[in-house]
Design a protein around this ligand. Sequence first.
Ligand code: TRP
Length: 328
Amino acid sequence: MKRIVSGMRPTGKLHLGNYEGALKNWVKLQDGYECFYFIADWHALTSDYADTANIKENTMAVVTDFLAAGLDPNRCTIFLQSLVPEHAELHIYFSAVTPLGWLERVPTYKEQRENITDRDLGNYAFLGYPVLQAADISMYRADYVPVGKDQAAHVELTREIVRRFNNFYGEVFPEPDALHTEVLTLVGTDGRKMSKSYNNTIELSDSPEMIRAKVRQMITDRTRIKRTDPGHPEDCDVCKVHRLFVPPAVADKFDGECRNALIGCVDRKNALADALIEYLAPITKRLNYYRDHQDEVRSVILEGSRRAREEAGRVMADVRRAMRIDWY
Ligand code: TRP
């Protein structure tokens, strides 16, 4: 079976955009691949080293959402980067074969150095972020890395690092391919891309009341002032998002009624909230269970990390042998 590796930073509770853009696909991939999914808590340090108070709590929240979303620890390995210290060792070897220029040219690095001003990013670890990511991926000899388009450059860099490593020491690692599955970018409650940093998210853990309140704030057709005005569903966030969560025929019916002013924007918002609540129901149910069983979530992390570490140990033995620094 082909191998899949992917990770998320411990950002805390996941939102519908995380689910639609990544997690839902991770759940699907469990059946056709040998999957390793992890929390990149060391990557959180590269930019947020000054405040580590929430990392553990956020890690638990993300893994709780993983399980609620349907990741099954019997069909995939769920682990924590910092519990597999081999990642740090491989990071050292990779950092030796990575020219500085490659890192300085990474688009996410340049962008974030320019745009993030509330934190200091002039540290060594931040520049090395993609080298650690290359180690994460290669540690399990991944064939595919399901990530968003924003991560394409990091997977490309992984391929280059692996190529250079293999040139020096022999064919130890395969070159992984990115698996870009970001089918849609979900719009948030303020009309921008749904993102935690914009504070416009609908979280997997939101209660039905919260979902209703958030959907009420969403933007509809700005040209439809009065209830009797005909609407333009193609210019309405609520209509467009609703379409993503109901069968096409249902969306068509609502669009028609909107165009003919048979329903108002509030009606469509209610329909969207209903659809989201129903869509999330199985996730909500599992979430409630795991919220009350945080000890089980913790065990999943520890057991998965133990399994990951076994694999990492085997690969590191090959690496040390290839590099002629094997002593036993
Ligand atoms: N950089 C990724 C992100 O921000 C997270 C990540 C760390 C990752 N290591 C990885 C993703 C390895 C895939 C594979 O989303």
